[in-house]
Design a binder for this molecule. Sequence first.
Ligand SMILES: Cc1cc2nc3c(=O)[nH]c(=O)nc-3n(C[C@H](O)[C@H](O)[C@H](O)COP(=O)(O)OP(=O)(O)OC[C@H]3O[C@@H](n4cnc5c(N)ncnc54)[C@H](O)[C@@H]3O)c2cc1C
Length: 457
Amino acid sequence: MAYDFDLFVIGGGSAGVRCARIAAGHGAKVGVAEERFWGGTCVNVGCVPKKLLVQAGEYGAWAEDAAGFGWEIRKGPHDWSKLIAAKDKEINRLNAIYRRLLEGAGAKVFEKRAVFLDAHTLDVGGEKVTAERIVIAVGGHATRPHIKGANLGIISDDAFYLPKMPEKVAVVGSGFIAVEFAGIFKALGAHVDLVYRQPLPLRGFDHDIREALAEALAAQGITLHPNHTPHEVLEHDGRKRLVLTHGDTIDTDLVFFATGRKPATAHLGLDKAGVAMNEHGAVVVDNARRTSKRHIYAIGDVTDRINLTPVATAEGHALADTLFGEHPRAVSLENVPAAVFSTPPCATVGLSEEQAAETGPVDVYVTKFTPMRHTLSGRTRRTMMKLVVDHKTKKVLGAHMVGEDAPEIMQGLAIAIVMGATKADFDRTIGIHPTAAEEFVTLRTRTRVTGLAKAAE
Ligand SMILES: Cc1cc2nc3c(=O)[nH]c(=O)nc-3n(C[C@H](O)[C@H](O)[C@H](O)COP(=O)(O)OP(=O)(O)OC[C@H]3O[C@@H](n4cnc5c(N)ncnc54)[C@H](O)[C@@H]3O)c2cc1C
């Protein structure tokens, strides 16, 4: 049977754009549908605008810190609408680049929603389209908690378009989006309450990162409410009242729910195509990103494994190379580095101490110090660095950091860890002085051994 396309990609985000562009470059006849914005979450309401807002906040802190270095800088008020206008201009520029890249590669673009009619047929904005292979790259969306008044709060998409900076914000959640926005709002002048169910933020991260981040958030002046869950949001005196399950209330101008994301698989017609999902609505895939239908693939956040842009783009690229290029390849989800752009940022690669100790005893090296800049700035901002090392083989299993430049430092360390570096390899590497990064190659005194008791069981 002749199909309209060799490959049709649903979703023009990080995963879909890369897959469609590379497949078209390999000579395949490619169609790609995007219903909202080219570049998807990352470019429009995710990584890129988020980091611009983080950077906006940093300038305020630098202006204050400069006094310790002899500068007299008078910090004026921050103009939120000027920042948002500048951010929007940049996002529109990137948006257009993404569309141009696709068309330049020869893909046919549809600015429409696509849904399955059967396993080879899609309805693309009312037009019937057939394809030999189909890629699901629809990403995910933010969810609100199931509590009364939840629609009185905003989600991350809305935060990028607030008409003005509120005086007071209550952020609910403690995942990366919650702690990043808590830092942004605080740095740009709001009073911030951070409400979360766990005793420490960033569930799933290494315990020392979680502890160091909680200290850093408090040092930034954010009011932490650990072990609390939201119960209800009310309108109160023209403001919002967030009622917590313990009965405490927080009166605020804005409630921001950063309480989770969900794969965007609702009403996509996956049942008509025979594509299986798990209980959370994520498309189930094998290592080759193949779904329960052999000619339909799923990549990026819709598979809900490691929801990060570089994973989505790597999967899109590898799939296009495998299907239409000369070098089939797979993407490993082991040792994926990640960063949290909190204030200061966190970064991590490999196993946490807790995960590593499940596999056998580990040597742990931890250092905490005041970075050089803050010996003069007077700002309370500490750095934490940590290596987790296999007790027997001395292979470095994980590296973790909270502190300025952590994401930039971790990218380099990730190469060493992916290559299987040992502690001895770190030790024989000469440091760059004076930097914080040199601490990673001068950690000589073991802080503790973890998991010996478990290994003896
Ligand atoms: C606030 C925030 C901050 C983030 N920060 C970072 C970060 O710092 N670093 C990082 O690595 N990751 C970050 N992420 C995660 C990152 O944005 C995602 O991992 C990445 O965008 C996933 O790419 P994707 O292509 O799978 O999905 P998406 O980028 O979400 O793209 C999916 C696209 O599909 C479209 N679509 C959906 N259904 C249909 C349909 N039926 N028909 C047509 N089009 C459809 C959507 O409109 C969307 O554009 C952040 C996410 C958020 C929300």
